[in-house]
Design a protein around this ligand. Structure first.
Ligand code: C2E
Ligand code: CA
Ligand code: CA
Length: 586
């Protein structure tokens, strides 16, 4: 035991000497005693100094030792107190305990051993109390303040802001796709990720800011600033985004990229916002940021509240629709730009809400992604599309491909390969007649898992299409890593085909695709002029309103299949680069 600092409040000099003498006799530790001869100086010393333990005489003249304890309650939170009484009294003993004294000792029964033992126990209990208190207010995984302590800090900041002429901001953030890390890499890896995130964010905080973990992958920061606007909070968000940029090493040999969505809510100097409201608003702003496309931030506006309510309602309705399989799949054809034949279809999901009518796929797919409903949605679309393709093969001899959109979360899920194989088997569709489309955003999750899955699918002969190509950030490098057989160039390039920049992008992509021996599909073809140019640039297939929009299966059958001639007459020699890559055409 290191040196123990003892504060002795005792108005009798003989008793002081006696106590010092006893402490000097103990063999288990060394004691530095500070003596105060009256309650006044004793209280002062308690408030100013940091003592490990306080010994208080019960009879102190103007007040009793117990009254002193009661007055110094705040200071004594960290300094346990032992009452020293002249004679034994059960009454005083109980009162001392009630007041929070660590012990009650009778002076004339004191020995060096018993005094030392009482001090040792009191200190041990204090350490335990400190640990328990820490546990109650901190998150055990990251050791950051927890929700309770955070709410308290926000409340304190709000209370002093009017006087201090400050603005209090709460920044709420969570990690995009943390669930996927947990699902695919296991909880231990998820925990390590949270710890590392906590460490990185802590390192960029100003000393006066509080970072807390609210639970799961949710964190919050309380920021006080002199500015009327959110510039300090926004500056924090920028630093945090930078801090997360470097990939995380989870000690299992696979690094992971993590991004976060941030929501900011601020008080003014004098509004009557309460802590809970500020937290809730920051949370709503964070949802708004996610809606904007994740890895971004948003600042709370009152209209967001309604938007969020709507989203929560939609999420519930979507779950219900999925349970009763009330989503529809429509089919939009791909045409060969040289022969004008239908070579395949893209399956697109539709949701006709019973009260609100048709919903935007972009919106409900995003909701499904966030809520995890995407797994079931994706499964239902795959089941529907593969069995539809099989029906068309049987009924019309259709030998084109069926292309299905698959979300990043679906692909990253370890069970995806197995699910897909099962669906294919029960539909009877040959793997080569199926294409899955995904966007480059799969590369922000567990890249190695995604690559493994795609390799297995490619081995089965399933076509792998990179959708919305050109809109992502690391396009070229991804194409090399993935077993891609088709590139679907984004419709924004087709829309700008008349501009010099748009056209040269399309040329570059076509050239690159040729050298990689992948099939090119241009989406969003709306005019014959676009179609002509794309054909002359060497694009293999096209899709767009010029040819047809997405339709129900029955409409497709009426419009396209009465005079359908199988596409195996398609001549691969005119586009040698795709020979053997997509089997339906070879
Ligand atoms: P996407 O994969 O890029 O799908 C193509 C979208 O472009 C479709 O919109 C289609 O109707 C639209 N489109 C086709 N031709 C033209 C054209 O000539 N001009 C214009 N302006 N648009 C055209 P849709 O059906 O609204 O789907 C939107 C997005 O929702 C899809 O974009 C896809 O990312 C997602 N999505 C749809 N169904 C599914 C699904 O089953 N699973 C997943 N994961 N995502 C889906
Ligand atoms: Ca698509
Ligand atoms: Ca697309």
């Amino acid at each position: 035991m290191s040196e123990v600092k003892v504060l002795l409040i005792e108005d009798d000099a003989d008793d002081y000497l006696l106590t010092c003498d006893l402490l000097a006799q103990t063999t288990r530790g060394t004691y530095e005693v500070t003596w105060c001869a009256d309650s006044e100086s004793g209280l002062e010393a308690l408030h100013s100094g940091d003592y490990d333990i306080c010994l208080v005489d019960f009879r102190l003249g103007v007040m009793t030792g117990i009254e002193l304890i009661e007055q110094a309650a705040q200071a004594l939170r960290r300094t346990p107190t032992i009452i020293l009484a002249g004679a034994h009294s059960t009454e005083i003993d109980l009162a001392a305990m009630e007041a929070g004294a660590a012990d009650y000792l009778v002076k004339n029964q004191l020995t060096a051993d018993s005094l030392e033992r009482a001090i040792r126990y009191a200190l041990q209990r204090r350490d335990l109390d400190i640990r328990l208190e820490h546990l109650a207010f901190h998150d055990p995984l990251t050791d950051l303040p927890n929700r309770m302590l955070f709410a308290d800090r926000v409340a304190q900041a709000l209370a002093r802001r009017v006087r201090a002429r400050k603005v209090v901001s709460v920044v709420f953030f969570d990690l995009d796709n943390f669930k996927d890390v947990n699902d695919t890499r296991g909880h231990a890896a998820g925990d390590r990720l949270l710890q590392q995130v906590a460490r990185r964010i802590s390192s960029i905080l100003r000393s006066e800011d509080t970072l807390a973990r609210l639970g799961g992958d949710e964190f919050a920061v309380c920021i006080e600033s002199n500015a009327y606007d959110t510039s300090i909070a926004a500056a924090f968000v920028n630093r945090a985004q930078e801090a997360l940029e470097l990939a995380f090493d989870l000690d299992d040999g696979v690094s992971v990229d993590v991004r976060a969505s941030f929501g900011i809510a601020s008080s003014t100097f004098d509004d009557d916002v309460v802590p809970d409201e500020l937290l809730r608003n920051a949370d709503i702003a964070m949802y708004d940021a996610k809606r904007l496309g994740k890895n971004t931030w948003s600042s709370y506006q009152s209209e967001m509240h309604q938007a969020l309510q709507r989203r929560i309602e939609l999420e519930k309705d979507l779950q219900r629709a999925l349970r009763s399989e009330r989503l529809d799949v429509v089919y939009q054809p791909f045409l060969c730009l040289q022969t004008n034949r239908v070579v395949g279809f893209e399956a697109l999901c539709r949701w006709n809400h019973p009260d609100l009518g048709p919903q935007s796929p972009e919106e409900f797919i995003a909701i499904a992604e966030d809520s995890g409903a995407i797994f079931e949605l994706g499964r239902q679309v795959l089941v529907e599309a593969t069995s539809q393709a099989m029906i068309w093969r049987d009924m019309f001899g259709f030998d084109g491909f069926m292309s299905v959109n698959v979300s990043p979360r679906q692909i990253s899920h370890p069970g995806f390969h197995e699910t897909l194989v099962q669906i294919l088997e029960s539909s009877g569709l040959p793997p080569a007649a199926l294409v899955i489309e995904f966007t480059e955003s799969v590369m922000t999750g567990d890249v190695n898992q995604v690559i493994r899955t795609l390799d297995k699918l490619a081995e089965l002969g399933i076509g792998i299409a990179l959708d919305d190509f050109g809109t992502g950030y690391s396009s070229l490098s991804n194409v090399h890593q993935l077993p891609i057989t088709i590139i679907k160039v984004d419709r924004s390039f087709v829309a700008r085909i008349d501009e010099r920049k748009g056209r040269s992008m399309l040329e570059t992509i076509a050239t690159m695709a040729r050298s990689l021996e992948v099939v090119t599909i241009a989406e969003g073809i709306e005019t014959t002029a676009q179609r002509e140019t794309l054909g002359s640039l060497g694009y293999h297939f096209g899709q767009g309103f010029l040819f047809d929009r997405a339709r129900k299966a029955s409409e497709v059958e009426e419009r396209l299949f009465p005079d359908y001639t199988p596409v195996h007459s398609y001549d691969p020699k005119t586009t040698p680069s795709i020979e053997g890559r997509i089997e339906p055409f070879s």
